[in-house]
Design a protein around this ligand. Structure first.
Ligand code: RB5
Length: 309
């Protein structure tokens, strides 16, 4: 079950609209209620307050009923159980992370999650504005939530391979916890404790599972993330990228079609690692001029394979 929580200030317009519109998109896209749960809350909600009349009207015009909605204040329980928390603005995201720092890695603005790198990642507050502004907000939410669910579907169905040596063991366990919270399945290729082992022994089976197509993508950890990256990249077809920031994680997918992400437990903390994993999982290869370059990487690999006796 993948749980998506939309958050705004009062939970009487933007997040409540986002939740009903997303639920409609989910039903349209064939998600079953067992697959996905969508709900909303406000950082400063007055409990029990109905949605604004304009939000109810804008929803009604889309065939949706918001008349029974009652505002809910954001709670620690909601934050804990959500796999993905989508705020309406960067301000909401910052405020939420100040209250619940442990949620780092699963909190994004809706726009930045759907369109990473978006120039304006905020959805403006329509409160007190005419109905036409609410209609525009609802249309914007309709477009964003439809793309959101396409993305969620891909992430939910990814077959992930995980591996680490002793130096990355704790980080791998942290990533497993994060994936479980998000309802994302994975296959763990070890190591299974903190006893000293050799990283190529774990990088290789993960890389081979990805190269053979048994898994779609892999995540490898060691002390620095370097050893596992070097080892994995020896397997033909693997493009392993060492990423210790979200910008690189996104670019590794969009530009390099990286099929393995590597990270170092001695380099970054678990909060940033979660954010990097979420960004890398949600990002797609951009193709175009990047496809030509990835083809040239493959050509180097093929030339060396052919040259082998
Ligand atoms: C193990 O001490 C360490 O060398 C390994 O985890 C990794 O950092 C290698 O690149």
């Amino acid at each position: 079950m993948f749980k998506i929580l939309f958050v705004c200030t009062g939970n009487t317009c933007r997040s409540s609209l986002a939740a009903v519109i997303a639920a409609q998109a989910a039903a349209r896209q064939g998600f079953s209620p067992e697959d996905i749960q969508i709900y909303s809350a406000g950082l400063a909600a007055v409990e029990g307050m109905p949605a604004t009349p304009e939000a109810i009207q804008a929803a009604r015009e889309m065939g949706l009923d918001l008349s029974n909605h009652r505002a809910a204040g954001l709670t620690g329980e909601m934050v804990k159980e959500a796999g993905l928390i989508l705020t309406m603005t960067r301000g909401h995201k910052e405020a939420l992370l100040k209250l619940y720092p442990e949620a780092q890695g699963k909190v994004f603005t809706l726009k930045e999650y759907v369109n990473p790198g978006s120039a304006d990642p905020d959805i403006a507050d329509p409160i007190g504005r005419p109905l036409e502004v609410y209609r525009r907000t609802a249309r914007e939410l309709e477009e964003l939530t439809s793309k959101l669910l396409e993305k969620v579907r891909k992430v939910m169905h990814l077959r992930l391979a995980l591996g680490s040596d002793h130096g990355g063991f704790k980080l791998k366990e942290e990533i497993k916890k994060f994936l479980e919270e998000q309802g994302i399945p994975y296959r763990d290729f070890g190591t299974f404790n903190a006893e000293a082992v050799d990283y190529p022994d774990f990088a290789r089976p993960v890389a081979e599972a990805v190269a053979r197509g048994e898994c779609d993508r892999g995540i490898l950890c060691c002390g620095t993330g370097i050893g596992v990256a070097i080892a994995a990249n020896k397997v033909p077809g693997i493009r392993a990228a060492l990423c210790h920031d979200t910008f690189s994680a996104r670019a590794a997918r969009e530009h390099n079609d990286a099929n393995i992400l590597t990270m170092g437990e001695r380099v970054i903390g678990p909060g940033l690692a979660r954010e990097i994993v979420a960004t890398w999982l949600a990002s797609e290869f951009a193709g175009g001029r990047h496809a030509r370059r990835v083809e040239k990487i493959k050509a180097i690999e093929e030339a060396y394979n052919r040259a082998r006796p």
